[in-house]
Write a protein that binds this ligand. Sequence first.
Ligand code: ADP
Ligand code: UVW
Ligand code: MG
Length: 394
Amino acid sequence: MSAPVLVINSGSSSIKYQLVDGETLEASTSGLIERIGQAESILTHRHAGEKHQATAHLADHAAGLEAMVAAFEEHGTPLSEAGLIAVAHRVVHGGERFVQPVVVDDEVEQAIEELSALAPLHNPANLEGVRVARKLFPKLPQVAVFDTAFHATMPERAHLYAVPSAWREEHGVRRYGFHGTSHAYVSRKAAELLGRSPKEVNVIVAHLGNGASVSAVERGRSIDTSMGLTPLEGLVMGTRSGDIDPAIVFHMHRQTGASFADLDAALNKESGMLALTGQIDMRAVEAAAASGDRSAQIALEIYCYRIRKYIGSYIAALGGADAIAFTAGVGENSAEVRAGALGSLVALGVHLDEAANAAGGPVISTPQSPITVMVIPTNEEGEIASQTAALLRS
Ligand SMILES: Nc1ncnc2c1ncn2[C@@H]1O[C@H](COP(=O)(O)OP(=O)(O)O)[C@@H](O)[C@H]1O
Ligand SMILES: CC(=O)OP(=O)(O)O
Ligand SMILES: [Mg+2]
């Protein structure tokens, strides 16, 4: 590896990590630590085509990152001998200030902490990863790469909300958008698949994971995206409601006396597919729907209908699209969701090839389709490593 970067994606109860070459984007080692803070945590470490799994009690992110360091020592090359040029961190909210990757110092750490109010599910965990890694690897540059950065190009018509000016000017209320490294990487790959430069094409990216968002990418620049001030707006997600009438919050507060903290938790953690079906995982929802469960069938319809409305509106926003690309856990794996999301878009130039869709792509539209539909595996860690290597070169 010529520019090895350790990429860390700290979630609320998990840590994903990869050792990636910032030049070739090749990952030699990757891992996932799940159920941090619970009685038994699971560490899955992949190196040289082999999978090593272990369980342990990992009380917090510090313990999780120490277990990661130990796994590198046990399997393959210890991190201290890997020739790392940096540790790179996914940070979800960068606010208005961070529109490029930055090397983290005390002041940047403080700024990320202040942004936690805008991404309470994500930034605190990201920050924890940064803090522990700064202690573990004090000599290496720690770089933060922000989910929001790619969307900094959105025009005012897309990022301004029609709310009182003090909210906008004094409290940073605007659309920021998230999953930016994924939207950036996948929209570039879509242009590559079309055999064109990113600057020549308009692409709609549907990133459908646990969190989910759609973006409209005009000639390589994000011009709109479905997530807003926080990662709650837009699509129906695993546990998040996506778009609702904001008055529902006031109504429920008045009706039940629930606090704003309770309502925040209800919309972020107890809504979405979980609220509609009792399940978070799309595989379980699809299995229930296939076995005749009516609420799962309706939930799938709602999930797909919301995506379809966003895609239709982004075709309008872009004045026509060259490609639609599906990515992330659901987008890459569920032919049923892709078909459901595209149904009735024939009138807008989307002709799905059902056999190609069932086979998983990469191209899943017919050769005559005016808009090419694709399935493109995302690579957030590779994109983060590549942006980090570019920052350190400059
Ligand atoms: N074969 C599959 N069919 C349908 N959905 C799947 C499949 N594999 C994974 N998923 C969905 O992908 C989700 C995770 O996506 P991912 O992009 O890894 O999310 P995150 O990064 O937010 O954790 C799971 O919750 C599951 O719903
Ligand atoms: C921003 C966001 O929703 O991220 P994730 O999908 O990882 O939850
Ligand atoms: Mg994700």
